[in-house]
Design a protein around this ligand. Structure first.
Ligand code: ZN
Length: 120
């Protein structure tokens, strides 16, 4: 395993911890009592269940953070399976610069541009 791969894996672990902490803090100190209740319930849930739980219970203002958490969990899972850094569409290695920019990148440049073209 190259040092580069290790760095990215460390990044994922670090970002995961940050996003989870941010979610907890936002719920805990929210002025909405529903959010405060969620905070209490979330602390009793295993971290692996947070995404599914928050998708169901948390308001739309949390969507971005939950999406980020989900992408990071997927990246961590791919590390565990030895599949990290491969394009989800064509299975070719994703360009290093893309992964360095965003460690949760799921597609290589070529496939990403195809997806973008389709969306327009
Ligand atoms: Zn691809």
């Amino acid at each position: 395993m190259s040092t580069e791969t290790l760095d990215l894996e460390e990044q994922v672990v670090l970002l995961l911890a940050q996003v989870r902490e941010e979610l907890l803090n936002r719920l805990r100190y929210s002025s909405v009592s529903h959010d405060n209740n969620l905070y209490t319930q979330l602390s009793e849930h295993p971290e692996d269940d947070w995404v599914a739980y928050l998708r169901e219970k948390a308001g739309p203002s949390y969507k971005e953070l939950v999406d980020k958490l989900e992408r990071l969990e997927a990246a961590q899972c791919q590390f565990d399976l030895g599949l990290f850094g491969f394009c989800s569409d064509c299975e070719e290695p994703i360009e290093d610069e893309l992964l360095e920019h965003d460690v949760t990148t799921q597609r290589c440049k070529k496939c990403e541009s195809l997806v973008k073209a389709r969306e327009q």
